[in-house]
Ligand binder design. Structure first.
Ligand SMILES: Cc1cc2nc3c(=O)[nH]c(=O)nc-3n(C[C@H](O)[C@H](O)[C@H](O)COP(=O)(O)OP(=O)(O)OC[C@H]3O[C@@H](n4cnc5c(N)ncnc54)[C@H](O)[C@@H]3O)c2cc1C
Length: 422
């Protein structure tokens, strides 16, 4: 019996139609047996396992960007996604903001990948017709007392190499956003927005065009490292790979634990971000992107206003540690909570001007405050490393914001790491 992975290969050979379809489950909809039994001689039967050069676990924006990049250089790239479609995790449950790189610790991976990633992302979106807009944004100090903090943020952004920043006053804020009140703001021209679902689809489509195999409904359940290869058991069957990329988002610590890796000690804490949306009649109250100063405990960038490519206005995301990595909806904040936060920037706003919208869950490496060691600021950088115990494994952990913005730059780094292995 042919394995599902072998069927995928055979399908590619007989059809130039792309295998991957964002809308439809893959061949793995009915989990198939991936170990194929075949006759190896007269009356002899052996078991063969599909061989891959590279297996990527997780079909979010990061896994798909990596698949696209790696498929340009290597054959037999497989991406295994647990859910029926790619991009159903954090990658389509976010603000869709192309960040400029203001906030991150100078020299950090977040700062480096955000700056390079945003430049690559604008180029990619223009070349591949992914809906996006370079809108610019303002970060607003509501009162004079917030002025020094705003200047600190400006200095950090300049150190990170963000260009074109300007401080604007109350009148200039009003000229840009007539309903927003503030004492001063940083105007950031290089910020923009992108339709994240279209972005994930574009990466996945280009990855399959380059020969990568994207298999959905393929939750990875076990990883058994051997001396040369790693055997990966998934809901769609087994595959043996020379190189493994752990890009499982919220579950990256659990995948690391499956390998028996010490890197599983980087526990991932789920932090939910909820959004609501302005009703249609009030959308004109916001023209582009308006942010408050970020939380100084690293938790989030603060509840902000995002005008999407399609013209909706999202308010959010909130930030709350939750128990479960799949708890998107339980005990959502009431609209009055959003109104209270949003009113600081937009005093005319009422809870009746909003309706609840989506929520997403951040993959945080920083524990909640009550579990922190003294001196822990609650900020953590991305972890993108070859696993010291299993050098044929690349671990990607804690890829919270600005992961979407950084996706192409992260894919470049992972490609360089894989080039050292294969
Ligand atoms: C509320 C919120 C707002 C954000 N806003 C922004 C923003 O404006 N700009 C920005 O740049 N970034 C933003 N981000 C961050 C950005 O969304 C993430 O950095 C990015 O989506 C991470 O992508 P990922 O591929 O690592 O994760 P995911 O999209 O979560 O993908 C991981 C995938 O792995 C799969 N998986 C897990 N376990 C297994 C397994 N065992 N086997 C197979 N598959 C598995 C999951 O099903 C999932 O599809 C935001 C995030 C949140 C939550």
């Amino acid at each position: 019996m042919a394995s599902a992975f072998a069927e995928l290969r055979a399908f590619r050979l007989i059809s130039d139609r792309t295998i991957f379809n964002f809308e439809l489950p893959q061949t793995s909809a009915a989990p198939a047996k991936l170990i194929s039994e075949c006759g190896a001689g007269f009356g002899e039967r052996t078991t063969t396992i599909e061989q891959a050069n590279i297996v990527i676990i997780g079909g979010g924006v990061i896994g798909c960007a990596i698949a696209r990049a790696l498929a340009a250089k290597w054959d037999d790239v497989f991406l295994l996604e647990a859910l029926p479609k790619v991009g159903m995790g954090a990658s389509t449950r976010n603000s869709g903001v192309i960040h400029a790189g203001l906030y991150y610790q100078p020299g950090s991976l977040k700062a480096r990948h955000c700056l390079r990633g945003s430049q690559l992302l604008y180029e990619f979106c223009a070349a591949h017709h992914v809906p996006h807009r370079r809108t610019g944004k303002i970060v607003v100090a509501v009162a004079e007392s917030e002025g020094p903090e705003l200047l600190e943020l400006l200095a950090r952004a300049r150190t990170n190499g963000v260009e074109g920043l300007q401080i604007i006053d109350r009148a200039a804020i009003r000229a840009r956003e007539p309903h927003v009140q503030g004492f001063q703001a940083i105007l950031v021209p290089s910020t923009g927005i992108v339709e994240s679902e279209e972005l994930v689809k574009a990466y996945a489509r280009l990855a399959t065009d380059r020969g990568a195999h994207i298999v959905t409904n393929a939750r990875v359940e076990k990883c058994s490292p051997g001396p040369q290869t790693i055997r990966v058991s998934s809901a769609a069957g087994e595959i043996e790979t020379r190189c493994l990329i752990n890009s499982a988002g919220l579950y990256a610590d659990e995948v690391a634990a499956m390998l028996g890796s010490n890197m599983a000690q980087h526990k991932i804490y789920p932090v939910r971000g909820e959004y609501c949306e302005l009703i249609k009649a009030k959308r004109d109250m916001i023209r582009e992107l308006v942010y408050p100063l970020p939380h100084n405990n690293g938790l989030s960038l603060g509840v902000h206003f995002t005008k999407t490519v399609s013209g909706s206005v999202w308010i959010g995301p909130t930030a709350r540690y939750v128990e479960s990595k799949s708890d998107y909806e339980r005990d959502r904040e009431p609209l009055e909570y959003f109104a209270k936060l949003a009113k600081r920037l937009l005093p005319e706003l009422e809870a009746t001007d909003m309706v609840p919208a989506h929520s997403g869950i951040r993959a945080k490496l920083a524990p909640p405050p009550h579990l922190r060691e003294p001196g822990d600021t609650g900020t953590a950088d991305f972890i993108i490393e070859r696993d010291p115990q299993f050098p044929q494994v690349v671990q990607l952990m804690g890829l919270e914001s600005p992961g979407l913005t950084s996706s192409l730059s992260i894919a470049e780094q992972v490609t360089a790491m894989v080039s050292e292995m294969l």
